[in-house]
Design a protein around this ligand. Structure first.
Ligand SMILES: Cc1cc2nc3c(=O)[nH]c(=O)nc-3n(C[C@H](O)[C@H](O)[C@H](O)COP(=O)(O)O)c2cc1C
Length: 200
């Protein structure tokens, strides 16, 4: 059975546009003949740890060289990388904060980008992603409109494409709900956004 990993990064629950949109993407995906298992990781309920001194040391050591503190510091990272490894589709709900992703989503990224686990350096100096073969959907909500104007203020899509690409994940589709500052969530038909996207 294929697994869909749903990453939630807005704390606003039923008032969250990125959550509404990411849920609609998943609803559309599960409409196919395939049976999916859905795994949810809400980064606002169990917040990812910040990178620590122990964790950074542990990243660069072999398993049998790590201290007990270093081993403990890798537990969360192991869990979230394993969730990605076990998934064929990842749907990331993203609230734009101050032109970027939330601190919680950035902290999750810092936990999944890990040398010799999610990527490696080859002897010729090239970087190789180790999490290939997955599709990602970015469900981005922003208070302003960034796709047709203000695009110079939009870093989220290019950033996530680069960082996920470095892990070998290059099949990435972006769906946006924009101008949310002037929208009432109760009047939004998220299925409509999703249905008009030909990549789904
Ligand atoms: C702290 C904060 C910072 C924000 N910064 C921006 C911003 O830089 N650009 C923008 O277009 N909207 C910004 N917004 C508006 C959010 O992107 C918008 O409310 C969006 O719908 C949030 O996603 P959510 O509905 O899933 O919570 C910001 C909102 C908050 C609370």
């Amino acid at each position: 059975m294929k697994q869909i990993l749903h990453i939630i990064s807005s704390p606003r629950k039923d008032q969250s546009f990125s959550l509404g949109l990411s849920k609609a993407i998943i609803r559309k995906l599960v409409c196919s003949d395939e049976v999916f298992k859905i795994v949810e990781r809400d980064l606002t309920i169990s917040e990812p740890p910040m990178l620590s001194d122990h964790q950074i040391s542990a990243f660069y050591k072999k398993a049998d060289e790590r201290s007990e503190d270093e081993k403990r510091s890798l537990v969360y990272s192991d869990i979230v990388i394993n969730e990605i490894q076990n998934s064929s589709i990842i749907v990331i709900g993203i609230a734009m904060y101050n032109l970027s992703v939330s601190a919680a989503l950035k902290a999750w990224i810092d936990q999944i980008v890990r040398v010799n686990v999610s990527f490696k350096w080859n002897v010729d100096g090239t970087k190789e992603g180790l999490l290939s073969g997955k599709k990602v959907y970015l469900a981005i909500a922003s208070g302003r409109v960034h796709s047709v104007k203000n695009y110079e203020m939009e870093f989220i899509e290019s950033y996530l494409k680069l960082i996920l690409g470095s892990l070998g994940i290059n099949e990435i589709t972006t769906i946006r709900v924009e101008g949310t500052a002037k929208k009432n969530i109760n009047n939004i038909n998220f299925n409509q956004f999703v249905n008009s996207n030909t990549h789904l």
